[in-house]
Ligand binder design. Structure first.
Ligand SMILES: [Zn+2]
Ligand SMILES: [Zn+2]
Length: 191
């Protein structure tokens, strides 16, 4: 029990204080957990408060989660789309247009930095913008009869269509954490 109950003089109302740092709350559950690591449940030094957990516990949990995700993932052997290197490579945030592109990049990097696997990735297009989305957003602040007084929606849509057509090459990548491909080792790569 880390919480301390504080009662008013007449004993009718009470609040709860964390028994470690003294912060108070109406909520006993909150006071109970206030200074305890959300992973291991042991006390967190106030200097280490950062969210409420030990840095080492967070790292261990994160590593475990990553290992489980990798364990569950489907192993793919053939893939010519974009890939994502989870850590260790800062170039383009870890995204490469293809496994071949990554291998080319790795050829100039130290062998130790070579990842054992990479995640497949999805291309997320810029997408289309519709007049109705813009108007709906704007209308929430307007009078009720405002929609009847709108004009020029067709012209706006034509302009948006032209804009989206010119912008269609703007894409971003997102990792697919369900599918993974093994990176050939540097030795395997040698002809
Ligand atoms: Zn506390
Ligand atoms: Zn902990």
């Amino acid at each position: 029990m880390n919480s301390i109950q504080l009662k008013s003089e007449d004993g009718k109302t009470s609040i709860w204080a964390c028994g470690i740092c003294g912060k108070v709350s109406q909520d006993q559950h909150w006071a109970e957990k206030c200074c305890l690591c959300s992973y291991c449940g042991k006390q967190v030094d106030s200097k280490e408060h950062n969210g409420i957990y030990h840095g080492a516990c967070w790292t261990a949990n994160h590593e475990k989660m990553r290992a489980e995700r990798l364990e569950r993932a489907e192993r793919v052997t053939v893939w010519d789309g974009p890939v994502f290197v989870e850590s260790g490579i800062v170039s383009n945030d870890g995204f490469f247009a293809s496994l071949d592109d990554l291998l080319e990049y790795l050829a100039n990097e130290p062998v130790e930095s070579r990842p054992g696997f990479v995640w497949l990735s999805k291309v997320i297009p810029f997408g289309h913008i519709y007049t109705s989305d813009i108007i709906e957003n704007k209308m929430s602040d307007m009078d009720e009869d405002a929609p009847d007084r709108l004009a020029g929606e067709d012209e706006l849509q034509a302009a948006l269509d032209a804009f989206c057509e010119k912008t269609k090459d703007v894409i971003r990548y997102a990792p697919d954490y369900n599918r993974v491909i093994v990176v050939p080792s540097a030795v395997e790569m040698k002809p």
